[in-house]
Design a protein around this ligand. Structure first.
Ligand SMILES: NC(=O)c1ccc[n+]([C@@H]2O[C@H](COP(=O)([O-])OP(=O)(O)OC[C@H]3O[C@@H](n4cnc5c(N)ncnc54)[C@H](O)[C@@H]3O)[C@@H](O)[C@H]2O)c1
Length: 277
């Protein structure tokens, strides 16, 4: 029997930089990348948390992961990380632009984040542009130089269903509320739409350099959201539920591995059918 199926997903010896690697989905991706044989750089804004996320993942599944404190908005920090990683491993095969400001309504900025569009604060709009779009731009630019020299690489930009279609704001209305107070903010949607187009731009730009660039679009992942939200989300989704936390891993592995070797400039949507109706 041929081993083509396991071989096409095998990442043995490859080096992956994963931004936002200490977050909810970043921790999932780290484990999957390690299990597939990659060496993983868990890059996140807090070095201590990034290192402990890397350690937790290797303790669980083995392999080699290192934590890296980096603010993706800062060009010098991005360039230093990429240079140091390249010096250490002599290659960078995979970049996953996963870091993002995804406003959760329980965070410190909740009241301001959930504001109406008309009163949404300019500083929060700018912050999302800086992290979600400029961060991906800077990381792609820096890693891209190495990938062009290697004539090989795979980049995955993480989008959201809200970058494909507009948020259904009815989900954020609390029961019994006369006037809606919480809204999914505009910059999240707009930056996610932007990152899907950065994918197309780079796929076309680097098509002849052996670099593939694709988008992964997750739907809403269950993370103890309140019952009212979960019920409304499920009713709005053909599969009738939110995603489990490990349900993006297969699509991510597909996009970074040779299993998707003829795919570039595309958007793989894993949303339980949310955008299908
Ligand atoms: N969780 C979901 O339901 C969902 C759905 C669709 C899309 N997504 C997308 O998936 C990705 C991961 O989402 P998540 O739920 O794991 O979010 P998360 O908030 O748990 O993780 C995001 C990570 O990015 C890091 N980060 C933020 N600003 C940074 C900066 N300036 N520099 C470096 N790191 C920074 C955070 O510290 C955090 O660890 C995001 O791009 C998000 O938009 C998530």
């Amino acid at each position: 029997m041929s081993n083509e199926v396991p071989a096409m997903f095998d990442l043995t010896g490859r080096v992956a930089i994963l931004t936002g690697g200490a977050g909810l989905l970043g921790r999932q991706y780290t484990r999957t990348l390690l299990e597939a044989g990659a060496r993983v750089v868990v890059a996140d804004v807090n070095a201590e948390i990034a290192c402990s996320a890397a350690q937790a993942a290797t303790a669980e599944v083995g392999g080699e992961a290192i934590g890296w404190g980096i603010d993706v908005r800062r060009k010098a920090e991005v360039e230093k990380m990429v240079t140091d990683v390249h010096e250490r491993y002599q290659r960078v095969d995979i970049l996953i632009n996963n870091a993002a400001i995804d406003p959760k309504f329980d965070a410190g900025t909740a009241a301001r984040q959930a504001n109406t569009f008309e009163d949404y604060p300019l500083d929060l709009w700018q912050e999302s542009l800086d992290v979600n779009l400029t961060g991906a731009f800077l990381c792609s630019q820096s890693v891209g130089k190495i990938m062009v020299a290697q004539q090989r690489g795979a980049i995955v930009n993480i989008c959201s269903t809200y970058g494909v279609v507009a948020p259904d704001q009815r989900l954020y209305q609390r029961p019994g509320e006369a006037e809606q107070k919480l809204f999914k903010p505009a910059p999240y949607s707009v930056t996610k739409a932007g990152i899907a187009h950065l994918t197309r731009y780079l796929a076309a730009y680097w098509g002849d350099k052996g670099i593939r660039v694709n988008t992964l679009t997750p739907g809403g992942v269950y993370n103890s959201q309140d019952d009212d939200f979960v019920t409304k989300y499920a009713a709005r989704t053909p599969l009738g539920r939110m995603a489990r936390q490990n349900e993006m891993n297969g699509a991510m592995l597909f996009l970074v591995s040779d299993a998707s070797s003829y795919m570039t400039g595309s958007n793989l949507v894993v949303d339980g059918g949310w955008t299908a109706w």
